[in-house]
Design a protein around this ligand. Structure first.
Ligand code: URA
Length: 477
Protein backbone atom coordinates (compact mmCIF):
# COMPACT_ATOMS: atom_id res chain seq x y z
CA UNK A 1 0.00 0.00 0.00
CA UNK A 2 1.32 3.46 -0.89
CA UNK A 3 0.27 6.49 1.15
CA UNK A 4 0.46 9.93 -0.43
CA UNK A 5 0.44 12.94 1.87
CA UNK A 6 -0.54 16.11 0.09
CA UNK A 7 0.29 19.52 1.50
CA UNK A 8 -3.28 20.86 1.37
CA UNK A 9 -6.81 20.05 0.27
CA UNK A 10 -6.22 21.84 -3.05
CA UNK A 11 -2.63 20.71 -3.65
CA UNK A 12 -2.86 19.97 -7.37
CA UNK A 13 0.90 20.25 -7.91
CA UNK A 14 1.52 17.74 -5.12
CA UNK A 15 -1.10 15.39 -6.48
CA UNK A 16 0.41 15.63 -9.97
CA UNK A 17 3.93 14.82 -8.77
CA UNK A 18 2.78 11.89 -6.66
CA UNK A 19 0.44 10.53 -9.33
CA UNK A 20 3.19 10.58 -11.97
CA UNK A 21 5.51 8.78 -9.65
CA UNK A 22 2.92 6.15 -8.66
CA UNK A 23 1.97 5.49 -12.23
CA UNK A 24 5.57 5.27 -13.37
CA UNK A 25 6.24 2.75 -10.59
CA UNK A 26 3.20 0.66 -11.61
CA UNK A 27 1.20 1.27 -8.41
CA UNK A 28 -2.46 0.47 -9.27
CA UNK A 29 -5.22 2.80 -8.05
CA UNK A 30 -6.47 0.35 -5.43
CA UNK A 31 -3.00 0.26 -3.82
CA UNK A 32 -2.78 4.05 -3.30
CA UNK A 33 -4.17 5.96 -0.32
CA UNK A 34 -4.44 9.72 -0.60
CA UNK A 35 -4.38 11.95 2.47
CA UNK A 36 -3.84 15.58 3.31
CA UNK A 37 -0.98 16.38 5.69
CA UNK A 38 -3.28 17.05 8.64
CA UNK A 39 -4.63 13.48 8.77
CA UNK A 40 -1.36 11.73 7.79
CA UNK A 41 -0.84 10.37 11.32
CA UNK A 42 -3.60 7.88 10.58
CA UNK A 43 -1.20 6.17 8.25
CA UNK A 44 2.07 6.55 10.17
CA UNK A 45 4.59 3.92 9.10
CA UNK A 46 3.12 3.40 5.64
CA UNK A 47 5.45 3.90 2.70
CA UNK A 48 5.10 6.99 0.48
CA UNK A 49 5.60 6.85 -3.29
CA UNK A 50 9.16 6.56 -4.54
CA UNK A 51 10.33 9.43 -6.78
CA UNK A 52 9.39 8.88 -10.42
CA UNK A 53 12.08 6.89 -12.24
CA UNK A 54 14.36 9.05 -14.40
CA UNK A 55 12.99 9.35 -17.92
CA UNK A 56 9.51 8.24 -16.86
CA UNK A 57 7.29 10.71 -18.61
CA UNK A 58 3.93 10.45 -20.29
CA UNK A 59 1.40 12.87 -21.62
CA UNK A 60 -2.26 13.11 -20.79
CA UNK A 61 -5.03 14.76 -22.79
CA UNK A 62 -5.54 18.45 -22.14
CA UNK A 63 -9.15 17.67 -21.28
CA UNK A 64 -7.97 15.60 -18.33
CA UNK A 65 -5.67 18.35 -17.07
CA UNK A 66 -8.48 20.90 -17.21
CA UNK A 67 -10.91 18.54 -15.50
CA UNK A 68 -8.39 17.77 -12.74
CA UNK A 69 -7.99 21.50 -12.00
CA UNK A 70 -11.70 21.64 -11.18
CA UNK A 71 -12.20 18.21 -9.60
CA UNK A 72 -9.45 18.75 -7.02
CA UNK A 73 -11.51 21.63 -5.57
CA UNK A 74 -14.47 19.34 -4.84
CA UNK A 75 -15.12 18.52 -1.18
CA UNK A 76 -15.47 14.79 -1.77
CA UNK A 77 -12.71 12.69 -0.11
CA UNK A 78 -12.80 10.54 -3.19
CA UNK A 79 -11.49 13.17 -5.59
CA UNK A 80 -7.74 12.35 -5.41
CA UNK A 81 -8.27 8.63 -5.99
CA UNK A 82 -10.86 9.24 -8.70
CA UNK A 83 -8.36 11.38 -10.60
CA UNK A 84 -5.61 8.82 -10.14
CA UNK A 85 -7.88 6.06 -11.40
CA UNK A 86 -8.59 8.10 -14.52
CA UNK A 87 -4.89 8.81 -15.00
CA UNK A 88 -4.06 5.13 -14.60
CA UNK A 89 -6.72 4.05 -17.07
CA UNK A 90 -5.65 6.64 -19.65
CA UNK A 91 -2.56 4.56 -20.40
CA UNK A 92 -4.56 1.69 -21.86
CA UNK A 93 -7.65 3.76 -22.80
CA UNK A 94 -6.32 6.94 -24.42
CA UNK A 95 -9.81 8.02 -25.52
CA UNK A 96 -11.30 7.51 -22.08
CA UNK A 97 -12.13 11.18 -21.53
CA UNK A 98 -14.44 11.11 -24.55
CA UNK A 99 -16.55 8.26 -23.13
CA UNK A 100 -19.08 10.31 -21.22
CA UNK A 101 -21.02 7.20 -20.13
CA UNK A 102 -18.00 5.81 -18.27
CA UNK A 103 -18.81 5.97 -14.52
CA UNK A 104 -15.41 7.51 -13.58
CA UNK A 105 -15.57 10.12 -16.33
CA UNK A 106 -19.18 10.86 -15.47
CA UNK A 107 -18.39 11.30 -11.78
CA UNK A 108 -15.41 13.56 -12.49
CA UNK A 109 -17.54 15.70 -14.77
CA UNK A 110 -20.24 15.92 -12.10
CA UNK A 111 -17.63 17.03 -9.57
CA UNK A 112 -16.27 19.63 -12.01
CA UNK A 113 -19.76 20.98 -12.66
CA UNK A 114 -20.47 21.29 -8.94
CA UNK A 115 -17.17 23.14 -8.46
CA UNK A 116 -17.87 25.51 -11.30
CA UNK A 117 -21.32 26.21 -9.87
CA UNK A 118 -19.82 26.88 -6.44
CA UNK A 119 -17.36 29.35 -7.98
CA UNK A 120 -20.20 31.08 -9.78
CA UNK A 121 -22.20 31.36 -6.55
CA UNK A 122 -19.22 32.71 -4.68
CA UNK A 123 -18.76 35.45 -7.28
CA UNK A 124 -22.43 36.34 -6.99
CA UNK A 125 -23.04 36.08 -3.25
CA UNK A 126 -20.01 37.47 -1.45
CA UNK A 127 -21.21 40.54 0.48
CA UNK A 128 -18.68 42.90 1.99
CA UNK A 129 -19.08 44.81 5.21
CA UNK A 130 -17.03 47.92 5.80
CA UNK A 131 -14.58 48.09 8.71
CA UNK A 132 -12.10 50.70 9.89
CA UNK A 133 -8.53 49.74 10.62
CA UNK A 134 -5.33 51.72 11.14
CA UNK A 135 -5.01 52.29 7.39
CA UNK A 136 -8.61 53.53 6.98
CA UNK A 137 -11.61 51.85 5.39
CA UNK A 138 -11.44 48.20 4.40
CA UNK A 139 -14.03 45.53 3.59
CA UNK A 140 -14.53 42.09 5.02
CA UNK A 141 -16.82 39.30 3.89
CA UNK A 142 -17.61 35.92 5.40
CA UNK A 143 -18.45 33.20 2.92
CA UNK A 144 -18.86 29.43 3.03
CA UNK A 145 -18.32 28.10 -0.47
CA UNK A 146 -19.90 24.77 -1.33
CA UNK A 147 -16.50 23.61 -2.61
CA UNK A 148 -12.92 24.85 -2.16
CA UNK A 149 -13.07 27.61 -4.74
CA UNK A 150 -11.69 30.56 -2.77
CA UNK A 151 -8.21 30.58 -4.30
CA UNK A 152 -9.58 29.92 -7.77
CA UNK A 153 -12.02 32.85 -7.60
CA UNK A 154 -9.48 35.27 -6.07
CA UNK A 155 -8.46 36.80 -9.45
CA UNK A 156 -12.10 37.64 -10.12
CA UNK A 157 -12.41 39.58 -6.85
CA UNK A 158 -9.07 41.38 -7.13
CA UNK A 159 -9.91 42.47 -10.67
CA UNK A 160 -13.42 43.50 -9.78
CA UNK A 161 -12.50 45.35 -6.59
CA UNK A 162 -9.01 46.38 -7.61
CA UNK A 163 -9.01 49.64 -5.68
CA UNK A 164 -10.53 48.33 -2.49
CA UNK A 165 -8.71 46.77 0.48
CA UNK A 166 -10.61 43.64 1.36
CA UNK A 167 -10.54 40.21 2.94
CA UNK A 168 -12.78 37.27 2.19
CA UNK A 169 -12.86 34.88 5.13
CA UNK A 170 -13.91 31.28 4.60
CA UNK A 171 -13.60 28.14 6.74
CA UNK A 172 -10.99 26.77 4.29
CA UNK A 173 -8.72 29.70 3.57
CA UNK A 174 -8.87 33.50 3.75
CA UNK A 175 -7.82 35.85 1.02
CA UNK A 176 -6.55 39.39 1.55
CA UNK A 177 -6.05 42.11 -1.04
CA UNK A 178 -4.35 45.42 -0.23
CA UNK A 179 -4.89 46.89 -3.75
CA UNK A 180 -1.52 45.50 -4.87
CA UNK A 181 -0.79 42.14 -3.33
CA UNK A 182 -2.87 39.04 -2.83
CA UNK A 183 -2.21 36.94 0.28
CA UNK A 184 -3.76 33.82 1.75
CA UNK A 185 -4.02 32.80 5.40
CA UNK A 186 -5.59 29.70 7.02
CA UNK A 187 -9.36 29.33 7.31
CA UNK A 188 -11.31 31.44 9.80
CA UNK A 189 -14.40 31.44 11.95
CA UNK A 190 -17.63 33.36 11.17
CA UNK A 191 -17.06 35.31 14.38
CA UNK A 192 -13.98 36.88 12.75
CA UNK A 193 -16.13 38.76 10.25
CA UNK A 194 -18.24 41.81 11.11
CA UNK A 195 -21.94 41.12 10.84
CA UNK A 196 -23.60 44.33 9.72
CA UNK A 197 -23.07 47.88 8.59
CA UNK A 198 -24.53 50.51 6.28
CA UNK A 199 -23.75 48.39 3.22
CA UNK A 200 -26.52 46.05 4.30
CA UNK A 201 -29.03 48.77 3.45
CA UNK A 202 -27.42 49.22 0.07
CA UNK A 203 -27.81 45.52 -0.76
CA UNK A 204 -31.37 45.50 0.46
CA UNK A 205 -32.30 48.56 -1.63
CA UNK A 206 -30.52 47.07 -4.60
CA UNK A 207 -32.30 43.77 -4.34
CA UNK A 208 -35.72 45.29 -3.72
CA UNK A 209 -35.30 47.56 -6.73
CA UNK A 210 -34.30 44.78 -9.11
CA UNK A 211 -36.96 42.44 -7.81
CA UNK A 212 -39.70 42.05 -10.39
CA UNK A 213 -42.80 40.36 -9.04
CA UNK A 214 -44.03 39.45 -12.52
CA UNK A 215 -40.92 37.36 -13.04
CA UNK A 216 -41.13 35.58 -9.76
CA UNK A 217 -40.65 31.84 -9.89
CA UNK A 218 -39.90 30.76 -6.37
CA UNK A 219 -38.36 27.42 -7.36
CA UNK A 220 -36.11 28.96 -9.97
CA UNK A 221 -35.08 31.73 -7.60
CA UNK A 222 -34.13 29.30 -4.85
CA UNK A 223 -32.16 27.28 -7.36
CA UNK A 224 -30.21 30.37 -8.37
CA UNK A 225 -29.88 31.63 -4.82
CA UNK A 226 -29.83 28.43 -2.74
CA UNK A 227 -30.88 28.74 0.88
CA UNK A 228 -27.43 27.73 2.13
CA UNK A 229 -26.18 31.19 1.07
CA UNK A 230 -29.02 33.21 2.57
CA UNK A 231 -27.45 33.46 6.00
CA UNK A 232 -24.81 35.88 4.75
CA UNK A 233 -26.96 37.81 2.31
CA UNK A 234 -28.38 40.99 3.82
CA UNK A 235 -31.07 41.06 1.15
CA UNK A 236 -32.21 37.52 1.91
CA UNK A 237 -34.27 38.86 4.82
CA UNK A 238 -36.46 40.57 2.24
CA UNK A 239 -37.21 37.45 0.25
CA UNK A 240 -40.17 36.04 2.22
CA UNK A 241 -41.82 39.46 2.31
CA UNK A 242 -41.22 40.11 -1.38
CA UNK A 243 -42.58 36.70 -2.29
CA UNK A 244 -45.64 37.31 -0.16
CA UNK A 245 -46.27 40.65 -1.81
CA UNK A 246 -45.41 39.53 -5.33
CA UNK A 247 -48.82 38.37 -6.31
CA UNK A 248 -50.48 41.54 -5.11
CA UNK A 249 -47.86 43.69 -6.83
CA UNK A 250 -48.24 41.83 -10.11
CA UNK A 251 -52.00 42.29 -10.15
CA UNK A 252 -51.53 45.91 -9.22
CA UNK A 253 -49.16 46.32 -12.18
CA UNK A 254 -51.77 44.75 -14.44
CA UNK A 255 -54.56 46.93 -13.01
CA UNK A 256 -52.63 50.17 -13.34
CA UNK A 257 -53.91 51.07 -16.83
CA UNK A 258 -57.62 50.25 -16.70
CA UNK A 259 -58.37 51.79 -20.08
CA UNK A 260 -56.35 49.12 -21.92
CA UNK A 261 -57.82 45.73 -22.76
CA UNK A 262 -56.57 43.39 -20.09
CA UNK A 263 -54.93 40.82 -22.35
CA UNK A 264 -52.74 43.45 -23.98
CA UNK A 265 -51.55 44.66 -20.61
CA UNK A 266 -50.81 41.18 -19.42
CA UNK A 267 -48.82 40.56 -22.58
CA UNK A 268 -46.93 43.82 -22.15
CA UNK A 269 -46.04 42.93 -18.59
CA UNK A 270 -44.89 39.50 -19.65
CA UNK A 271 -42.85 40.92 -22.50
CA UNK A 272 -41.18 43.47 -20.25
CA UNK A 273 -40.39 40.87 -17.68
CA UNK A 274 -38.97 38.48 -20.25
CA UNK A 275 -36.91 41.10 -22.05
CA UNK A 276 -35.53 42.89 -19.06
CA UNK A 277 -35.30 42.22 -15.35
CA UNK A 278 -37.28 45.29 -14.32
CA UNK A 279 -40.97 45.85 -14.62
CA UNK A 280 -40.93 48.04 -17.73
CA UNK A 281 -41.65 51.20 -15.74
CA UNK A 282 -39.14 53.99 -16.39
CA UNK A 283 -36.67 54.28 -13.50
CA UNK A 284 -37.79 56.78 -10.88
CA UNK A 285 -34.53 57.39 -9.00
CA UNK A 286 -30.78 57.35 -9.55
CA UNK A 287 -30.55 54.45 -7.11
CA UNK A 288 -32.94 52.47 -9.26
CA UNK A 289 -30.83 53.22 -12.33
CA UNK A 290 -27.64 52.21 -10.52
CA UNK A 291 -29.27 48.92 -9.57
CA UNK A 292 -30.97 48.47 -12.92
CA UNK A 293 -27.85 48.77 -15.08
CA UNK A 294 -26.30 45.91 -13.12
CA UNK A 295 -28.99 43.54 -14.29
CA UNK A 296 -29.73 45.13 -17.67
CA UNK A 297 -30.19 42.73 -20.57
CA UNK A 298 -31.43 45.24 -23.13
CA UNK A 299 -28.43 44.39 -25.33
CA UNK A 300 -25.61 41.83 -25.13
CA UNK A 301 -22.85 44.09 -23.82
CA UNK A 302 -23.43 42.96 -20.22
CA UNK A 303 -22.00 39.55 -21.14
CA UNK A 304 -18.35 40.59 -21.32
CA UNK A 305 -18.37 43.55 -18.97
CA UNK A 306 -17.44 43.33 -15.29
CA UNK A 307 -20.36 45.51 -14.28
CA UNK A 308 -22.65 48.29 -15.47
CA UNK A 309 -21.35 51.79 -14.78
CA UNK A 310 -24.14 54.26 -13.97
CA UNK A 311 -23.74 58.04 -13.97
CA UNK A 312 -22.54 59.86 -10.88
CA UNK A 313 -23.03 63.29 -9.44
CA UNK A 314 -25.54 65.41 -7.57
CA UNK A 315 -29.19 64.92 -8.40
CA UNK A 316 -29.63 68.67 -8.94
CA UNK A 317 -26.55 69.15 -11.16
CA UNK A 318 -26.93 72.01 -13.63
CA UNK A 319 -24.47 70.45 -16.04
CA UNK A 320 -24.38 66.86 -17.27
CA UNK A 321 -21.51 65.27 -19.20
CA UNK A 322 -22.26 62.31 -21.41
CA UNK A 323 -19.34 60.18 -22.62
CA UNK A 324 -19.43 57.18 -24.91
CA UNK A 325 -19.11 54.15 -22.64
CA UNK A 326 -16.97 53.07 -19.67
CA UNK A 327 -13.40 52.18 -20.55
CA UNK A 328 -11.27 49.36 -19.16
CA UNK A 329 -10.62 51.06 -15.82
CA UNK A 330 -14.15 52.36 -15.41
CA UNK A 331 -15.43 48.82 -16.01
CA UNK A 332 -13.28 47.51 -13.18
CA UNK A 333 -13.88 50.41 -10.80
CA UNK A 334 -17.61 50.84 -11.49
CA UNK A 335 -17.28 54.65 -11.84
CA UNK A 336 -17.34 56.81 -15.00
CA UNK A 337 -14.29 58.68 -16.26
CA UNK A 338 -11.71 57.49 -13.76
CA UNK A 339 -9.14 56.19 -16.29
CA UNK A 340 -6.89 58.08 -18.72
CA UNK A 341 -9.82 59.87 -20.44
CA UNK A 342 -11.08 60.84 -16.98
CA UNK A 343 -7.72 62.39 -16.15
CA UNK A 344 -7.86 64.54 -19.28
CA UNK A 345 -11.41 65.54 -18.41
CA UNK A 346 -10.42 66.42 -14.82
CA UNK A 347 -7.47 68.52 -15.96
CA UNK A 348 -9.55 70.40 -18.54
CA UNK A 349 -12.39 70.95 -16.06
CA UNK A 350 -9.95 72.42 -13.56
CA UNK A 351 -8.53 74.76 -16.24
CA UNK A 352 -12.03 75.79 -17.27
CA UNK A 353 -13.00 76.46 -13.65
CA UNK A 354 -15.74 73.80 -13.64
CA UNK A 355 -16.04 71.85 -10.37
CA UNK A 356 -16.58 68.21 -11.39
CA UNK A 357 -18.28 67.52 -8.05
CA UNK A 358 -21.09 69.87 -9.07
CA UNK A 359 -21.69 68.13 -12.38
CA UNK A 360 -23.30 64.82 -13.29
CA UNK A 361 -21.00 62.56 -15.31
CA UNK A 362 -22.37 59.63 -17.25
CA UNK A 363 -22.15 57.68 -20.50
CA UNK A 364 -24.38 56.93 -23.48
CA UNK A 365 -23.74 53.21 -22.98
CA UNK A 366 -23.34 51.74 -19.51
CA UNK A 367 -21.31 48.60 -20.26
CA UNK A 368 -17.75 48.38 -21.61
CA UNK A 369 -17.72 47.03 -25.16
CA UNK A 370 -14.37 45.50 -25.98
CA UNK A 371 -12.52 42.75 -27.70
CA UNK A 372 -10.16 40.51 -25.75
CA UNK A 373 -6.71 40.30 -27.36
CA UNK A 374 -4.47 38.18 -25.21
CA UNK A 375 -4.48 39.88 -21.84
CA UNK A 376 -5.60 43.23 -23.25
CA UNK A 377 -9.17 44.42 -23.59
CA UNK A 378 -9.42 46.60 -26.65
CA UNK A 379 -12.16 49.24 -26.76
CA UNK A 380 -14.83 48.85 -29.43
CA UNK A 381 -17.26 51.57 -30.39
CA UNK A 382 -20.84 50.65 -29.49
CA UNK A 383 -23.16 50.35 -32.50
CA UNK A 384 -26.35 52.34 -32.97
CA UNK A 385 -28.65 49.61 -31.65
CA UNK A 386 -26.57 49.35 -28.45
CA UNK A 387 -26.71 53.13 -28.06
CA UNK A 388 -30.46 53.04 -28.67
CA UNK A 389 -30.98 50.22 -26.14
CA UNK A 390 -29.05 52.11 -23.47
CA UNK A 391 -30.96 55.37 -23.98
CA UNK A 392 -33.48 53.90 -21.54
CA UNK A 393 -30.98 54.57 -18.78
CA UNK A 394 -29.59 57.85 -20.10
CA UNK A 395 -33.09 59.23 -20.55
CA UNK A 396 -33.86 58.12 -17.00
CA UNK A 397 -30.84 60.06 -15.74
CA UNK A 398 -31.80 63.10 -17.81
CA UNK A 399 -35.38 62.99 -16.52
CA UNK A 400 -34.29 62.74 -12.90
CA UNK A 401 -31.37 65.19 -12.91
CA UNK A 402 -32.98 67.69 -15.34
CA UNK A 403 -29.70 69.49 -16.08
CA UNK A 404 -29.82 72.90 -17.71
CA UNK A 405 -27.08 71.87 -20.11
CA UNK A 406 -25.91 68.49 -21.41
CA UNK A 407 -22.43 68.23 -22.89
CA UNK A 408 -22.04 65.39 -25.36
CA UNK A 409 -18.42 64.26 -25.36
CA UNK A 410 -17.73 62.90 -28.85
CA UNK A 411 -19.81 61.54 -31.69
CA UNK A 412 -21.43 58.54 -29.93
CA UNK A 413 -22.65 60.70 -27.05
CA UNK A 414 -23.91 63.30 -29.51
CA UNK A 415 -25.87 60.62 -31.37
CA UNK A 416 -27.49 59.52 -28.14
CA UNK A 417 -28.18 63.00 -26.74
CA UNK A 418 -29.44 64.65 -29.95
CA UNK A 419 -30.85 61.53 -31.59
CA UNK A 420 -28.98 62.21 -34.84
CA UNK A 421 -25.36 62.62 -36.02
CA UNK A 422 -24.09 66.03 -34.86
CA UNK A 423 -20.65 66.82 -36.32
CA UNK A 424 -18.44 68.34 -33.64
CA UNK A 425 -16.49 70.71 -35.93
CA UNK A 426 -19.73 72.22 -37.17
CA UNK A 427 -21.72 72.42 -33.93
CA UNK A 428 -19.21 73.10 -31.15
CA UNK A 429 -19.63 76.36 -29.26
CA UNK A 430 -23.36 76.38 -30.03
CA UNK A 431 -26.28 75.95 -27.66
CA UNK A 432 -28.57 73.36 -29.22
CA UNK A 433 -32.14 73.34 -27.93
CA UNK A 434 -33.16 69.90 -26.62
CA UNK A 435 -36.74 68.74 -27.24
CA UNK A 436 -37.45 67.67 -23.65
CA UNK A 437 -35.78 70.47 -21.72
CA UNK A 438 -32.48 72.30 -21.44
CA UNK A 439 -29.77 72.83 -23.99
CA UNK A 440 -27.10 70.66 -25.48
CA UNK A 441 -23.48 71.31 -26.33
CA UNK A 442 -21.17 69.09 -28.29
CA UNK A 443 -17.40 68.83 -27.95
CA UNK A 444 -14.52 66.40 -28.40
CA UNK A 445 -14.20 63.20 -26.48
CA UNK A 446 -11.20 63.35 -24.08
CA UNK A 447 -9.87 60.07 -25.56
CA UNK A 448 -9.68 61.75 -28.95
CA UNK A 449 -7.40 64.38 -27.41
CA UNK A 450 -5.12 61.61 -26.21
CA UNK A 451 -4.91 60.14 -29.69
CA UNK A 452 -4.13 63.26 -31.78
CA UNK A 453 -0.59 62.41 -32.99
CA UNK A 454 0.75 65.85 -33.84
CA UNK A 455 1.85 67.83 -30.78
CA UNK A 456 0.67 71.19 -32.06
CA UNK A 457 -2.69 69.86 -33.23
CA UNK A 458 -3.12 68.13 -29.87
CA UNK A 459 -2.50 71.35 -27.93
CA UNK A 460 -4.93 73.22 -30.18
CA UNK A 461 -7.68 70.57 -29.78
CA UNK A 462 -7.17 70.53 -26.02
CA UNK A 463 -7.47 74.34 -25.84
CA UNK A 464 -10.74 74.16 -27.79
CA UNK A 465 -11.97 71.45 -25.43
CA UNK A 466 -11.30 73.68 -22.40
CA UNK A 467 -13.04 76.54 -24.17
CA UNK A 468 -16.10 74.32 -24.80
CA UNK A 469 -16.27 73.27 -21.17
CA UNK A 470 -16.18 76.89 -20.08
CA UNK A 471 -18.87 77.73 -22.65
CA UNK A 472 -21.15 74.97 -21.29
CA UNK A 473 -20.58 75.97 -17.67
CA UNK A 474 -21.45 79.61 -18.42
CA UNK A 475 -24.54 78.47 -20.32
CA UNK A 476 -25.66 76.42 -17.32
CA UNK A 477 -25.14 79.27 -14.84
N1 URA B 1 -14.62 57.03 -21.99
C1 URA B 1 -15.92 57.32 -21.86
O1 URA B 1 -16.60 57.69 -22.81
N2 URA B 1 -16.49 57.20 -20.66
C2 URA B 1 -15.81 56.82 -19.59
O2 URA B 1 -16.42 56.71 -18.52
C3 URA B 1 -14.45 56.54 -19.75
C4 URA B 1 -13.86 56.65 -20.96
Amino acid sequence: MQVVRLASETDLAGWRTAARSLRASGVPPEAAIWTVDGDASLFAGEAGPAPAPVGASFTVPREFVELAEQVILHRSDERFSLLYRLLWRLESEPNLMKITTDPDVDKARLFARAVSKAAHKMKAFVRFRSVQDEAGEAYVAWFEPAHRVTEATAPFFTRRFANMRFSILTPDVCLHWDTETLAFTPGADPADAPSSDALEDYWRTYYASIFNPARLKVGAMQKEMPKRYWRNLPEAGLIPELIAKAEARTSQMVRQAPSEPERRIVRAVLRASRDAPYDGQPPASLEEIAAGVQVCRRCDLYRDATQGVPGEGPKQARLMFVGEQPGDQEDLAGHPFVGPAGQVLDKALAEAGVPRAETFVTNAVKHFKHEQRGKRRIHQTPNSSEVAACRWWLEGERRIVRPRVIVALGATAALSVFGKPTPIGKFRQQAIQLPDQGQGVVTYHPSYLLRVPDKEAKAKAYAMFVEDLRFAWDLAA
